[in-house]
Ligand binder design. Structure first.
Ligand SMILES: [Zn+2]
Length: 502
């Protein structure tokens, strides 16, 4: 028996111990967590556990497998109760069998600590006086006494003090995206003692992330970023609660996820997510701190729907389509740029939570890390924006990409009657010329400015270097009723590679 499970029935510790019996094991360690009759000085009558089961099972199994691997244990198992429990009942059981006692103790300790920090399980306490409330699983009381993390240097700031520190401990922040910006934001907020960090990221750690995402190590490659970031931060500051959610932010879940925090931080690398964060924050009336980076530059914006401030759509009523501006993969990025912008985001979040002066509002801050200049642009509230911000439904139905993309060689495309348009910028065309003559070169901006009308009787194939910009352009032209437009999947890079291979 190796793994993690939930049960709604009483846990039979003796049977579980028996199930781990192993003639090669010389040591066995078990941990039992019981329901106690008090918390924070109040008498507890009974309690309930609830879990985000699918995610919790996945994370629980990973934790048990990782503990077995790291400590060289032979077998390990963890069972957690869900539902209603009485005082004295067994709420969680962990058992580890190993060749020697040291590995059994170490693996058992690691499993129970990580389960408490990382698995999304919530506890509702029913007090003797009839009151009840949800608390983070057995964690708060323990965390408050955890030794080794000392906020005194920060409490020494007169604007913060003990009251400010308490306010941070009671706050929750949702961070969307755990990449270059997200790593800096998460480290800054975890260090400051923000009580709960919800980490939303559906990606896994890749080798090309590491140079700018120092929460991850080479050992994390292939692991979901949300869980890897949470493990690292739990080890860094065990006094805070981490809620890793390895999901993509979608129109369906955005409102629910944003509502989990006092502030939401957008650390994504795409416009669809940024507009989704903006819209969900406006709908929920919660502040959002947004940033993006482009090569050596970055920009920062704080959206304050709770204080009648401007939002992203006050400046850009229509969501910018992805692919029109390069992302990190295409444009390149160097670690300190997202780190600086992420730290600026973390500072704005702390200013919001603590009510500190000088908050960025109705402005865009532009920072250039090459010439070290910064500019503040007015970004006022658009009076007509009210109502326009609530456009989550609009983002829910993007044009299905598959129908707009074709995979052909340029020669085949020409034979099939496509008019080929190279939408790259002139310097890109010089650096990597089209392998075929007979195409038109119309840079993206010119193609989309409305002055260029395509002939409705022809079929067009748009080509860029990776296929991202051409797909975005095709979507926009289709939406603008310029029908016969397709995008070359994979762009020139793929076409050239195929040609060279022949
Ligand atoms: Zn607005």
């Amino acid at each position: 028996m190796n793994g993690f499970e939930f049960t709604h029935r009483p846990i039979d510790a003796a049977a579980l111990t028996g199930s781990l019996a192993d003639p090669a094991a010389g040591g066995f360690a078990a941990f039992e967590g019981w329901v106690r009759d008090h918390n924070d000085g109040r008498r507890v009558a009974r309690l309930e556990y609830e879990a985000f089961e699918e995610l919790a099972l996945r994370e629980g199994r990973r934790i048990v497998a990782e503990a077995i691997r790291r400590h060289g244990a032979r077998r390990a198992h963890c069972v957690h109760r869900l539902g209603a429990l009485e005082v004295g009942e067994l709420a969680v059981w962990v058992g580890v069998a190993s060749a020697h006692r040291a590995e059994a103790f170490a693996a058992c300790r690691q499993i129970i600590d990580e389960i408490k920090h990382l698995v999304p399980i919530w506890k509702k306490e029913h007090f003797d006086d009839g009151d009840s409330g949800w608390v983070n699983c057995a964690h708060c009381a323990e965390a408050a006494q955890a030794p080794g993390f000392d906020y005194s240097r920060q409490i020494a700031l007169p604007e913060i003090g003990a009251a400010g520190q308490r306010r941070l401990a009671e706050s929750a922040v949702v961070v969307v995206g755990a990449g270059g910006l997200g790593c800096a934001v998460l480290a800054g907020l975890a260090g400051a003692g923000v009580g709960t960090l919800v980490i939303v990221d559906h990606d896994v750690v890749e080798p090309a992330n590491l140079h700018r995402q120092p929460l991850y190590s080479t050992n994390d490659i292939g692991r979901p970023k949300a869980g890897a970031a949470a493990s690292r931060l739990a080890a860094y500051n065990p006094t805070i609660q981490l809620r890793p959610l390895p999901v993509r932010l979608t129109p369906a879940n955005a409102a629910g996820l944003v509502a989990q925090g006092d502030v939401v931080v957008d650390c994504s690398d795409n416009f669809a997510t940024k507009f989704l964060v903006n819209d969900a924050a406006v709908l929920a009336g919660r502040p959002a701190v947004l940033a993006s980076v482009y090569q050596y530059e970055g920009q920062l914006q704080v959206v304050r729907p709770d204080a009648d401030g401007s939002c992203l759509r006050c400046q850009w009523p229509e969501a910018t389509r992805d692919g029109l501006v390069g992302n990190c993969a295409e444009s390149g990025v160097i670690g300190p740029v997202p780190a600086v912008l992420g730290n600026l985001q973390a500072m704005e979040v702390l200013k919001l939570l603590l009510g500190l002066p000088g908050q960025l509002r109705n402005e865009l801050l532009l920072v250039d890390l090459l010439d070290l200049s910064q500019r503040r642009l007015q970004a006022p509230r658009a009076p007509e924006c009210k109502g326009r911000c609530a456009r989550i439904a609009e983002l829910a139905a993007p044009v299905p990409a598959g129908t707009l993309e074709v995979s052909v060689s340029l020669a085949e495309a020409a034979l099939q009657g496509y008019r080929i348009i190279d939408i790259r910028e002139p310097d890109e065309c010089l650096a990597l010329p089209m392998p075929l003559p007979g195409h038109e070169a119309i840079p993206l901006g010119q193609l989309l400015d409305g002055a260029t009308r395509l002939d409705p009787g022809l079929r067009y194939l748009l080509v860029c270097s990776s296929g991202r910009r051409s797909l975005a352009a095709a979507e926009l032209l289709r939406a603008d009723d310029q029908g016969n437009v397709w995008s070359l999947r994979g762009g020139l890079t793929v076409t050239m590679r195929t040609q060279n291979a022949k």
